[in-house]
Design a protein. Structure first.
Length: 81
């Protein structure tokens, strides 16, 4: 399995888990552990999107996209939507 297909699988699994937790939250609600897990999944997905944007920007600027790196939660969660 290539690194890209591993990443695609991971992102797909995170999206599926996020949807499951969000559905549960709007139904029966989430306990403290599930709320923490939902936050963790949301942060991981935000980090994935941030990494993708970094890679695209580096490629567009003629730089090495592999030099992009995952930024910490405080950085990616501080962006305005």
């Amino acid at each position: 399995i290539s690194r890209m297909s591993e990443r695609d699988h991971l992102i797909g699994a995170l999206v599926e888990e996020e949807h499951t937790l969000e559905s549960q939250a709007s139904g029966e609600g989430l306990d403290q552990h599930e709320q923490a897990r939902l936050h963790e999944v949301e942060v991981q997905l935000d980090q994935c999107w941030d990494l993708l944007r970094q890679r695209r920007a580096r490629r567009d600027a003629g730089q090495d996209p592999d030099a992009a790196h995952v930024r910490p939660e405080g950085t990616v969660e501080g962006y305005l939507q």
